[in-house]
Write a protein that binds this ligand. Structure first.
Ligand code: NI
Length: 137
């Protein structure tokens, strides 16, 4: 059977501040610049979730993307949309909310609710220009 990858694109809006409490305020400003502003700032995040699998000969689908959308909404978007990622999301507690770290945590959330071995890639973008991709390594 052919193996095909299918992707669902989603969006969420959230605020964050990049700050490592183990570093001095000076170091934080040097590393994160404006992203370290105490009041935080917001992004319209893009999220891509890719699954990989055989095409079901009966449905012609690898996975029903409506079901994937539902799973991502329940496991991820419900918690992060219109949230402050530094304080509102239990599964981001203690995590510096960069796109990289958010992608890893979203992978871990989704891995638990999707059929084993199907999750292939999670991409989190903060803007058209910046994105982070995680594949479970
Ligand atoms: Ni930012």
């Amino acid at each position: 059977m052919p193996i095909v990858r299918v992707t669902r694109r989603l969006h969420f809006s959230a605020g964050h501040r990049l700050h490592n409490p183990q570093l001095s305020d000076h170091e934080n400003r040097e590393i994160y610049g404006l992203c370290n502003n105490p009041g935080g700032h917001g992004h319209n995040y893009g999220l891509e979730v890719t699954l990989r699998g055989e095409v079901d000969p009966k449905t012609g689908y690898v996975f029903d993307l409506k079901r994937l959308k539902q799973a991502v909404e329940e496991a991820v978007l419900q918690d992060v949309d219109h949230a402050n990622l530094n304080v509102d999301v239990p599964w981001l507690e203690g995590v510096i909310p960069t796109a990289e770290n958010i992608a890893v945590q979203i992978w871990r959330r989704l891995e638990r609710v999707l059929p084993e071995g199907m999750l292939e890639r999670v991409v989190v973008s903060e803007s058209e220009r910046n994105l982070a991709e995680y594949s479970g390594e």
